[in-house]
Each structure stands twice: as C-alpha cells, then as structure tokens.
Design a protein around this ligand. Structure first.
Ligand code: B12
Ligand code: SF4
Length: 450
C-alpha cells in the first residue's frame, strides 16, 4: 500500500509557495542578434560583435572561460571608447583618469547586459575588464579570466596592431574591451575584419620609452611590465621589499624619492596608475583618428609623439636588461632606475611559462647553446631550453645534445632564482649539479634578468 506523502517543511515555506505559484521565466532558445546588439548599445557599448564558443581560433580561450563559467555557448564582445586628448597628454594623471573611468564604464556596460539577460532567464557572465584578477595564480600562471583581445578580433571589432593592442576600424586603439559570456546561442555571428587598420607607421615603436615594441611585432613583456606596471603587482611587491629592507627613514629616502612615495600612495588610494601607455597615445590608426595625421604627419609628430619622447621622467628597468641599454641609447634625457619586477618562478610550470616573458633578445646575442634541465625533489621533470640567433625555444624532455646539463632539486633551484639561496652552497651540497662549462649557466642567467 502506497503511503501518503507528508508535506515537507520546505513545501510550507512562504518563498517556496511564492516561487511555485508564479509563472516560470523561460530563457529563449536563441538570442536574437539585432535585439542583443541594441541591448548592449543601450547599456553604453560603442561597438558590439558576437562569436560562437566553438570557434576553433578560441579553443584555448574556451578552456579558460569554462573554469569560471560552466556553460558558455556564445561570446558578446564590445568596446567602449576613450577620449583621445586625455589619453595622449604628457600629464599622465589625465591619461590615467581616462583609463580608469573607461575601465569602469566598460565593466558597467558588461554588468548591465548581464543583469538584463539574467532577468530573462539567460545565464550570463562578465570577467573583469582589467583588475581585479586571480592573484592566487600570480606570477606562475595567467591571472586574467577572459582574454578580451582574441575574442574582439574574432568578433570583427578590430585587428591587433604592431603594438599588440586591438585597433578598431573607426575608433582606432582608443578603446577598452569587454566580454559577456552567455549560455544560449546567438542568431548570427561575426567574422574577423578582412584587413588590419594598423598603418604600420611604427610610431608606437618610436614612442615606447622602454623599447618594448619591436617593428616586427615582437613584444618585450618584461620591459613594458617593469616600467608601466611599477605600481602594480610585482612592482608594488618590490617597493614593499625596499621598505622592509630600509633600516631607517634616511635609508628608505635614499632608495625611494618623495615623488615616488607620493605616487605609490596615489595608486593605492585612487587606483594604480600606468607610467606610460605611449603606444596607445601616438597611434594614428582608425577612421575617426586618422584625419589630422593624414593632413600633417609633421604636426602629429610635433604635438603628439615628441612631447612624450621629450618628457623628462624616470624609466624603471631591470638591471642589465635590453630596456636598460635601450633607454640609455635612445632617451638619454630620461632617468634610468633599476628595480625588481617580482617575476620569479616558484614551480616548473611557472619557469616554463615565465622564461619567454622575461627573455632578453639583445642580452642573448652571441649565445648559441642548448640546456638540458632535470628537476628532482618536489617536482620531477625534464626540459630542454635552446638559445640561438636571439631566439628561445623550450621543449619537454631532453631534445638533442646539450652544451650544459643542469640537475637541480626544484626547491633549491627556485630559491636560487629568487636570490634566496646561494648557488655556491647549492653546488657544494650537490643540490644543483652542472655537467658542462659553468660560464654557460652565467650566460643563461644574463638572458633572463628579473
Ligand atoms: C596581460 C595584459 C597586459 C600585459 C601583457 C600585454 C600583452 N601584450 O599581452 C601588460 C602588463 C604588459 C599589459 C600592458 C598594457 N595593457 Co594590457 N592587458 C593584459 C590582459 C590582462 C591580458 C592580455 C592577454 O590576453 N595576453 C595574452 C598574450 C599572449 O597576449 P599577446 O601576446 O598580446 O597575444 C596576442 C599576440 O600574440 C597576437 N598575435 C598573434 N600573432 C601575432 C603576430 C603579430 C605580428 C603581432 C603583432 C601580434 C600577434 O595575438 C594574440 C592574441 O591577442 C588584458 C585584459 C584581459 N583580461 O584581456 C589587458 C589588455 C590587453 N590591456 C590593455 C591595455 C590598454 C594595456 C596598456 C595600454 C595599459 C596601459 N594603460 O598602459 C598596456 C599596453 C601594452 C601593449 N602594447 O601590449 C587593453 C587593450 C585594449 C586594446 N585596444 O587592445 C586590454 C584588452 C584591457 C581591456 N579590457 O581593454 N597588459
Ligand atoms: S602606432 Fe602605427 S604601427 Fe603602431 S599600432 Fe598604431 S598604426 Fe600600427
């Protein structure tokens, strides 16, 4: 005999009764592209594009997105424009104000779109435009949840210029990017632009104070990050260490000038300030931007590029990096200050991911060597690093013949790289063993200053 079901405590809860008695909101099976575009524009987006999550070019990005939002079906990419004169001004407080406020607006647009979609039963997610990011991964893994640039490119919102920022065909590079991920497909998707708005004028190369941008599009991450991000992440960590290592106020003042302390306070109080972003400032590309440059390149150079090049300012560099020699050669009127950037590996993965970011092409000139690494202890792995013709390649396992073989206990190796353990002691204790000329280890170290 079937026993009568007793009403559970849940059934009599007022909110449960209310939910059960109201009509359920059913998410649409497909989001109409025209309606969705209007929704984004009404929320404040200046341009919008859509991409299906299965796009092969975004396969790696999809894996990252799925870690944060479980059911991605489609991506909404959008841009918010920045005012140009502020972004170009040598008064970097004005430029930073523009970056910060546009950043805020872009997050706001994403949030408004997500809120509206959620009210219609669509699950939607927005990763942040910039900060906050996932700091528990720093510095070994990528800290951003969604990489907006490749998505914007696939959504037809622009192409990557020599300076590695996305250039929109109308607004140029005076844009910040946002992405909303939805769990419902969209009725029509966009394709990448069939041309690159970059003019290849190389003004970004000429204006960057650290030499981070190469004419062929190679980007010296370490050069840009050490200077531009002096008051962010590892730059901030380095400043903290300067405070800790100062035995007195006098000693601290010898290391950190009064403007630098005030600037750090400003960043902590009002949001971190970028030191440069000159690549964005000088870029003439984009139909709304290009006119004055076409009218007179001379005036563009005199009024936009030169004031930034001529500005007397401190440029933060890692000792003996390519940036240090570049500033001395190219901008002798700018002050060079050697600092640490906090990019230290603490795991083998961090080591593998980090080496290409801090590799110094010029410092590697003349080196032609293959290194076999055997990590033992906490992590066990074999790696090959080859440096040849100014290029670094890293591969798993031991490939080919090596000029130097390094066998290292993982903890000792990363302690040595962070300057916390002595190499001599590690060699004596055989925690690090070398087979081949030790000068090749010194030469290796010169290619990766941090
Ligand atoms: C990490 C990061 C940085 C790092 C590294 C930058 C970099 N180039 O990767 C640092 C700290 C140096 C940095 C600096 C800046 N950043 Co930033 N940064 C990011 C972040 C968090 C992730 C970028 C990313 O995806 N990197 C992954 C690596 C692999 O990207 P990548 O090397 O550029 O990869 C591209 C190239 O390989 C390119 N590519 C492939 N083949 C080829 C071939 C050639 C010839 C070329 C040229 C390129 C190319 O395609 C890849 C995909 O985009 C995003 C925010 C976000 N969550 O997306 C903002 C973001 C990229 N940053 C932005 C900005 C504005 C800046 C700064 C101007 C900051 C400032 N105000 O000073 C500078 C500009 C530096 C520069 N010229 O790149 C904007 C760019 C907007 C735009 N129009 O594109 C973003 C998108 C923030 C936003 N939401 O708007 N940033
Ligand atoms: S400054 Fe010139 S070369 Fe650099 S990204 Fe802009 S258009 Fe391209």
């Amino acid at each position: 005999m079937k026993r009568p079901t007793r009403p559970s405590k849940l059934d009599s809860h007022p909110d449960v009764i209310a939910v059960r008695s109201r009509a359920t909101v059913t998410a649409p099976e497909v989001l109409d592209a025209d309606w969705l575009r209007r929704l984004c524009e009404d929320a404040g987006a200046d341009a919008v594009g859509f991409v299906e999550i299965e796009r092969p070019e975004l396969a790696d990005e999809r894996l990252e997105i799925e870690k944060a939002f479980r059911h991605p079906r489609a991506l909404i990419s959008f841009v918010c424009t920045m005012n140009r004169e502020n972004t170009r001004s040598p008064a970097r407080s004005a430029a930073n104000l523009e970056f910060h406020l546009t950043n805020h607006d872009t997050n706001e647009v994403a949030r408004k779109v997500v809120t509206e979609l959620e009210s219609r039963g669509v699950r939607a997610f927005n990763g942040s435009v910039g900060f906050p990011m996932e700091m528990d991964r720093f510095p070994s893994e990528r800290i951003w949840v969604v990489a907006h640039k490749p998505i914007a490119v696939e959504a037809g919102l622009g192409r990557i210029g020599i300076h590695r920022n996305v250039i929109h065909p109308k607004f140029g590079n005076f844009i910040l990017l946002g992405t909303v991920v939805v769990d419902v497909p969209i009725s029509a998707y966009d394709r990448p632009l069939d041309y690159n708005p970059c003019m290849e004028c190389k003004l970004c190369v000429a204006a960057c104070p650290t030499g981070a941008i190469n004419p062929d599009g190679r980007f010296d991450f370490s050069a840009c990050y050490t200077h531009n991000y002096r008051e962010f992440l590892g730059g901030f960590g380095d400043w903290v260490e300067q405070v800790v290592e100062s035995g007195s106020a006098k000693e601290y003042r010898a290391k950190v000038s009064e403007p630098e302390s005030a600037s750090m306070w400003q960043s902590l109080s009002f949001g971190s300030n970028y030191k440069a972003a000159y690549c964005v400032s000088v870029c003439p590309a984009g139909q709304d931007v290009l006119g004055p440059y076409l009218d007179s390149r001379k005036t563009h150079l005199a009024e936009v590029v030169r004031p930034l090049q001529d500005k007397p300012e401190t440029i933060y560099v890692v000792a003996e990096s390519d940036a240090e020699s570049y500033v001395a050669r190219r901008f002798p009127h700018k002050r060079i200050k050697r600092v640490g950037n906090g990019l230290r590996a603490r795991s083998v993965d961090g080591f593998v991911n980090g080496l290409p970011l801090i590799f110094q092409r010029e410092a590697s000139r003349g080196l032609d060597a293959t290194y076999h690494f055997t990590f033992t202890g906490a992590e066990q792995r074999e790696l090959t690093a080859a440096i040849r013709d100014g290029e670094l390649t890293i591969s798993d396992g031991h490939q080919g013949d090596a000029e130097l073989r390094v066998r290292a206990d993982t903890a000792t190796w990363f302690g040595f790289l962070a300057g916390e353990r002595s190499l001599v002691a590690a060699l004596l204790l055989r925690r690090i063993r070398l087979s081949g000329p030790p000068r090749l280890l010194v030469a290796f170290g010169r290619c990766f200053p941090s």
